[in-house]
Design a binder for this molecule. Structure first.
Ligand SMILES: NC(=O)c1ccc[n+]([C@@H]2O[C@H](COP(=O)([O-])OP(=O)(O)OC[C@H]3O[C@@H](n4cnc5c(N)ncnc54)[C@H](OP(=O)(O)O)[C@@H]3O)[C@@H](O)[C@H]2O)c1
Length: 319
């Protein structure tokens, strides 16, 4: 099952699947069960996943706290690459969220994250969203100062465009980028992934299952509870929802991942992303151990070139 890669020039040997913990925090996903969330993380670690991605804003501290508990239970901190983020602030229990990558904020945030995660260092510290109100140069300098203290090891960016990354690179190293990318969300192919290939910046692409849509578990008629981000996502509303479900059905009937590869639709969708140019690792969330274990089955096999070509034909029909 092992499938590892060296993350750019960090020398970190990372699994190509990263455990994402947005759903772990519950917020925007209609809640989460802490016991199941913990078991999901441990199940992934036990199957060789050695990178975990979190953020303070996921559950407003809760996701980082659960990751901290999982690290303590697992016990081998040095084997796990812990990635978290900075630069988003909130108030009123999350009713208001805003970007703030001012040095003062970053200095304060890193201590709060270390405290919630109960670790002595963070391996990859990523600016969550570009904050145009703060010179990127100032934020980068602050991150480099934090790195000098040993609180973080590597600097990453998330949701940055190439021109914004360029500005950061003039000041210091960018060890990784985190853009959205999956079968149904391919905008990164235009500029971001080619740019990362050119610059040698490794990627941790997110949303590998398009918020569950690519698992094939939806019929296109589902509605989502209050507090679940899919309630307001056009991809989960008529008519787009039904059209995307039809495309998933076409993939299943033409390629037959179950029969040909012995793989579920979720595993096939993650594998497709892993095989795309410029993708170093794929981040995928799981709310329970069953999902986590299934997702691990995306590693250690290959979709053949004929099927990758058929996928291009099918995905051309994406609205
Ligand atoms: N940097 C950023 O701005 C940013 C933005 C978004 C995400 N991320 C990162 O990327 C990670 C992954 O993205 P994501 O969580 O948005 O979406 P995702 O990985 O595409 O979807 C995860 C969701 O799909 C469902 N699921 C997962 N595995 C499944 C399986 N095997 N069978 C059935 N359902 C399954 C679960 O939700 P249900 O059970 O509720 O259906 C789960 O919460 C996040 O956790 C986070 O670490 C980063």
């Amino acid at each position: 099952m092992g499938e590892y890669v060296t993350l750019g020039d960090t020398a970190l040997k990372v699994s190509r699947l990263v455990f994402g913990t947005w759903v772990t925090g519950g917020w925007a996903w209609g809640g989460s069960d802490e016991k199941e969330a913990l078991e999901a993380i441990i199940a992934a670690f036990e199957r060789g996943i050695n990178v975990i991605d979190t953020a303070p804003v996921y559950g407003f501290g809760r996701s980082e706290e659960i990751v901290g508990k999982a690290l303590k239970t697992y016990g081998r901190r040095e084997e796990i690459v812990v990635a978290t983020k900075c630069g988003l602030q909130w108030s009123d229990g999350g009713k208001r969220i805003w970007r703030d990558s001012k040095p003062k904020s970053l200095y304060e945030e890193v201590d709060k994250s270390l405290n919630r995660l109960k670790v002595d260092w963070i391996d990859i510290y990523q600016i969550h969203w570009p904050d145009e109100e703060t010179p990127f140069e100032d934020s980068m300098e602050a991150l480099m100062k934090i790195r000098d203290t040993g609180k973080i090891r590597f600097i990453g960016l998330s949701n940055f465009e190439p021109s914004q990354i360029e500005r950061c690179l003039r000041v210091g190293p960018v060890h990784s980028l985190q853009p959205p990318y999956n079968m149904f969300e391919r905008e990164a192919e235009e500029k971001i992934l080619p740019y990362c290939i050119e610059k040698g910046i490794p990627t941790l692409v997110y949303g590998g299952l398009c918020r569950g849509l690519l698992t094939g578990k939806f019929k296109g008629t589902e509605t989502f509870p209050k507090g679940d981000l899919r309630r307001h996502d056009p991809k989960f509303k008529a008519p787009l929802f039904q059209e995307l479900v039809r495309i998933v059905e076409e993939i299943r009937s033409r390629i037959k991942p179950e029969k040909k590869y012995g793989k579920t639709m979720a595993q096939f969708a993650l594998r497709w992303t892993l095989q795309r140019p410029g993708v170093t690792t794929v981040i995928v969330g799981a709310r329970n151990p069953a999902q986590a274990i299934e997702n691990c089955g995306a590693l250690g096999w290959t979709i053949d070139s004929d099927d990758m070509a058929t996928m291009e034909e099918i995905l051309l029909k994406c609205p």
